[in-house]
Write a protein that binds this ligand. Structure first.
Ligand SMILES: [Fe+2]
Length: 299
């Protein structure tokens, strides 16, 4: 058998997949092999550098457990998570292009899920306060969920989560800490939702692991602008995973995970102590944040 030259190696690997039963897997792996080989040739990667990369990925895996997902963090900080979200959104937007051209609203933009989603948060009634007892200034969230034609979506789930006013998520609080600042709400018959939480602040992504070392080597800061996460879903519609970003937060222009979309930046209006929009008596100042979500029909 003829010996393979560096330039032929990628094709040789791809040829070995001739019998792969799953065509999509084959397509993805062929492109991965091609690009990875081109990358090695382009930077003339040394054996020591390749070993450093393998040690880095090994350390990244070892850092992962039920509450710490270092690989998501790696994907996020390299912009890959946001690219995957954007590619999916472009496909979805193409599907509703005709409706939007005919006057329908564009769907709400998606952004990264991040590493702090915790499935199975409590289901609470509209108007509940998930911020009580947590550090942070109170904020009242309200709005409506509709389809792109403006038709209300009743009983739509809003699965929300955020860090506290110090930028700490419940999942970062150690072994015994339970869920905090997260819940699932369902929109009413008019598609409306409302709940209380806090005004989130900027925070650093966990930078005490391999990804933190990488960010420092890149000369980058680890901070994300203040935001609250939302997963919005109802039968018959595409699940939307997004954030609302706080408009006066630092780092909106340099989010460590590249997740900011202008359409997701929300003004948090300040109010003195008094009667809140839902009739609640507030003994201290509070904020209100209003946002309407527009979902795409399921593919
Ligand atoms: Fe977050």
């Amino acid at each position: 058998m003829a010996q393979l030259e560096a330039g032929d190696l990628a094709q040789a690997v791809i040829d070995r997949m001739a019998d792969a039963p799953n065509p999509r897997f084959k397509q993805v792996m062929a492109a991965l092999v091609q690009h990875a080989h081109a990358f090695v040739r382009e930077v003339e990667l040394t054996p020591q550098e390749w070993m450093t990369a393998i040690e880095f990925l090994t350390a990244t895996g070892k850092m992962c457990d039920e509450k710490r997902q270092e690989f998501i963090l790696l994907s996020d900080t390299l912009g890959i998570s946001m690219l995957v979200v954007a590619v999916e959104q472009i496909k979805g937007a193409r599907a509703v292009q005709a409706q939007v051209a005919a006057g329908a609203q564009p769907p709400t933009e998606a952004t990264v899920q991040g590493p702090f989603y915790w499935e199975g948060s409590p289901e609470l009634g509209l108007g509940s306060d998930i911020g009580e007892g947590a550090p942070g200034e109170p904020a009242y969230y309200s709005g409506r969920v509709t389809d792109t034609a403006g038709t209300p979506i009743a009983n739509c789930c809003l699965d929300v989560w955020s860090g506290d006013g110090d930028g700490i998520y419940d999942m970062q609080m150690g072994e015994k800490a339970g869920m905090r600042l997260r819940a699932r709400f369902h929109s009413d018959a008019l598609g409306k939702y409302r709940f209380w939480s806090i005004k989130p602040t900027f925070y650093p992504v966990p930078d005490d692991g391999p990804v933190g070392d990488m960010l420092r080597a890149m000369g980058r800061h680890p901070n994300r602008p203040g935001h609250i996460h939302m997963m919005v879903y109802a039968p018959g519609y595409q699940r939307l995973t997004t954030h609302l970003f706080v408009s006066d937060s630092p780092y909106l222009d340099s989010d460590a995970v590249f997740g900011v979309r202008n359409s997701l930046i929300v003004d948090y209006a300040w109010h003195p102590a008094g009667t809140a929009p839902d009739g609640r008596t507030m003994e201290k100042a509070y904020y209100t944040a209003a946002y309407d979500f527009k979902l795409m029909p399921a593919a």
